[in-house]
Design a protein around this ligand. Structure first.
Ligand SMILES: [Zn+2]
Length: 164
């Protein structure tokens, strides 16, 4: 999934649950952090595991007496966890590393076909593949697409309009 959506989705969630703009920004930033692994020549690395994604949340709970740190770290954790879950449904991800040395991906399709009679088919599969720590020699991915840009703008506008 493209970085712009990884930013817009948790930022929108934070705004919709009444979070301030600064926490929404941090949630969006947290949503992009896992993909910084590409600068280390790996992708979908351990940064895409829930065990790593909850570190900011645990740190926030440990610092809960400092309200500002707790809110900031919780916002980052929200973004990071959303990234892991979004990648889990859009490809193979080491979602439960180190508990498992496999990538997992959830494929879920609900299709509608119209012919002489309408047909609805549901397909859900849990894919798995041996985890290779995401090593790559070259990497190519879109930063954003027109579809992702439009969807991100719509999400942010809805979240801003839905604020109390
Ligand atoms: Zn990712």
């Amino acid at each position: 999934m493209e970085p712009l959506l990884h930013l817009a989705i948790p930022a929108s969630l934070m705004l919709l649950r009444g979070g301030r703009m600064r926490w929404a920004f941090l949630a969006g930033l947290g949503g992009t952090l896992p993909d910084f692994d590409v600068f280390f020549m790996v992708h979908r690395s351990v940064s895409h595991s829930l065990s790593i994604a909850v570190i900011p949340l645990i740190s926030g709970v440990m610092l809960r007496r400092r309200a500002y740190a707790y809110a900031a770290l919780s916002a980052i954790a929200l973004g990071w966890i959303s990234h892991v879950m979004l990648d889990f449904i859009s490809g193979l991800t080491p979602v439960i590393w180190p508990l498992s040395n496999y990538y997992y991906g959830l494929v879920f399709d609900l299709e509608f076909r119209m012919s002489s009679s309408p047909i609805i088919t549901l397909d859900a599969q849990l894919l798995e593949e041996v985890y290779d720590y995401g090593l790559f020699k070259s990497f190519e991915a879109p930063i954003f697409t027109a579809e992702g840009l439009a969807l991100s703008i719509i999400l942010i506008l809805i979240a801003i309009a839905g604020r109390r």
